[in-house]
Design a protein around this ligand. Structure first.
Ligand SMILES: O=C(O)[C@H]1O[C@H](OP(=O)(O)OP(=O)(O)OC[C@H]2O[C@@H](n3ccc(=O)[nH]c3=O)[C@H](O)[C@@H]2O)[C@H](O)[C@@H](O)[C@@H]1O
Length: 438
């Protein structure tokens, strides 16, 4: 029986190497071979080590440069931001106010910021540039402000860190709080945005104000819509405001309650302004006078809502310059907040004013004024008021604002719309039509 070769007697175990011994000669060669393999693999090992070490130092150097570069550029950005905020906040007259304007790239915010800067107050703007309506209009307003040395930082009033940073950088004497989710009917589509800006954002802003030392006096935009289903006319600050007709109105009414709490607990000086359908150049594209103008010029139909029994809707349309005067007068007459760093020192001022025009105009009349200036007939679709938040009319009693603020609106709808249309035609490049219309 042939001897079974040991090597073949067992199937090789996976992973185990068989050592074959073939006598001394073989063994020598084998050692030589092993030695060569050894020296080859150890030098390969060394080279690999060297390579890895080089690679590691390259990578760490790169990441160091990257991090320090980023750190340096972010430090420069921080420094740049701080300098811009401080420079913008510097009043150019000796007793100038130092005002944080929220919603500064908005319609009322941009006009108010310009008016304040023009008389020598320091103004820092804050705006989130959201896309509720064309943000390019907001950017254009921002450039207008930048030309007057006003810096508008891009940020949300819900950003507590950013607010703290601004208050750490600047001792604001006043906050003009105009940032909000506006629009009555849009609340049906996007209710959350109203809670986000008009409730949560307001609280975040008031927290920053009450923590500041010194605390600023706060003037903010409420709305004529808080009168809701009230049918006593003209609307007085003494009338009921507990029957809102839209979520928008409800969040503004909530704002009045929330600001009262901060006044009561922390001694913040508060002035709430109930604006009545503000219009004018650089206005809001979502509002009727603006979208009607666009559609009329583009020969597109417009929808004109009507109330019950075909009664025309009416608004106490108020021109932007009059509203700005009311805002500035409110800032000038606001008493100081009494608290500091979150602690109340004594009772503080709490005021609410109507800022309207006192002469309501129907929506069809608004349309015919526009038709007249645009020299185009509107394609009107008369539609029953859809019940999505509108009230049939607004009409302001402004006695309180007149007596306490010296507020006196002086632009009627015809004059105001003339200025608006002139701006609209030039801004949207209807330049050649100008001569024809004016
Ligand atoms: O005074 C206020 O408190 C409010 O004024 C305006 O709200 P509104 O009066 O509804 O202003 P527009 O949206 O310009 O509407 C004006 C009138 O035109 C009517 N309208 C609007 C849009 C439309 O397509 N058709 C139409 O007939 C409305 O029903 C309303 O009677 C602003 O949009 C709100 O942000 C502000 O808070």
């Amino acid at each position: 029986m042939p001897a079974l070769d040991d090597d073949d007697s067992f199937p090789s175990t996976p992973g185990k190497t068989k050592i074959i011994e073939r006598g001394p000669h073989h063994r020598h060669h084998h050692h030589h071979f092993i030695f060569a393999r050894h020296s080859l693999s150890s030098s390969l090992f060394l080279w690999t080590l060297l390579f890895l070490a080089l690679l590691a130092s390259y990578l760490s150097l790169r990441s160091f440069l990257h991090t320090s570069g980023r750190y340096l550029s972010s430090s420069f950005a921080t420094l740049n931001f701080d300098n811009q905020v401080r420079a913008s906040a510097e009043p150019s007259r000796s007793d100038g106010l130092v005002v944080l304007v929220t919603g500064a790239a908005g319609f009322v915010g941009s006009h108010a910021s310009l008016a304040l800067a023009k008389r020598g107050d320091g103004v820092v703007g804050l705006d989130n540039f959201n896309s509720y309506y064309d943000p390019s209009l907001k950017k254009a307003r921002k450039s207008l402000l930048a030309n007057q040395g006003i810096f508008v930082t891009e940020g949300d009033i819900n950003d507590a860190k950013l607010l703290k940073r601004l208050f750490d950088l600047v001792s604001f004497t006043h906050v003009l709080h105009l940032a909000a989710q506006a629009g009555v009917r849009y609340a049906i589509e996007n209710p959350d945005s109203y809670v986000h800006s008009n409730v949560a954002g307001l609280v975040t802003l008031l927290e920053a104000c009450k923590n500041a030392d010194p605390q600023p006096a706060v003037v903010w935009a409420s709305s004529s819509s808080v009168y809701g289903l009230n049918d006593e006319v003209p609307f007085s600050e003494l009338h009921r405001t507990d029957q809102p007709a839209s979520l928008y109105a409800a969040t503004k009414k909530t704002g009045e309650a929330i600001t009262h709490v901060y006044n009561h607990i922390y001694g913040l000086s508060i002035t709430g302004l109930r604006f009545f359908t503000v219009y004018g150049p650089w206005g809001r594209p979502d509002m009727a006078y603006f979208s009607f103008t666009r559609n009329i010029l583009q020969k597109k139909p417009i929808t004109v809502y009507r109330g019950k029994d075909h009664v025309d809707l009416a608004r106490d349309f108020t021109y932007i310059d009059d509203i700005v005067k009311g805002c500035v007068a409110s800032l000038d007459t606001a008493e100081k907040s009494t608290g500091a760093g979150g602690i109340k020192m004594g009772p503080a001022q709490y005021r609410i004013y109507n800022l309207g025009n006192t002469s309501p105009v129907t929506v069809p009349t608004l349309v015919s004024i526009l038709e007249n200036y645009l020299k185009v007939r509107a394609k009107k679709h008369l539609v029953e008021m859809p019940g999505n938040g509108d009230v049939p009319f607004t009409h302001a009693n402004i006695t309180l604002a007149r007596v306490e603020l010296g507020y006196k609106p002086k632009t009627n709808l015809e004059e105001g719309l003339k200025k608006f249309v002139k701006w609209y035609l030039s801004y949207y490049g209807y330049g050649s039509r100008k001569g024809k219309n004016w």
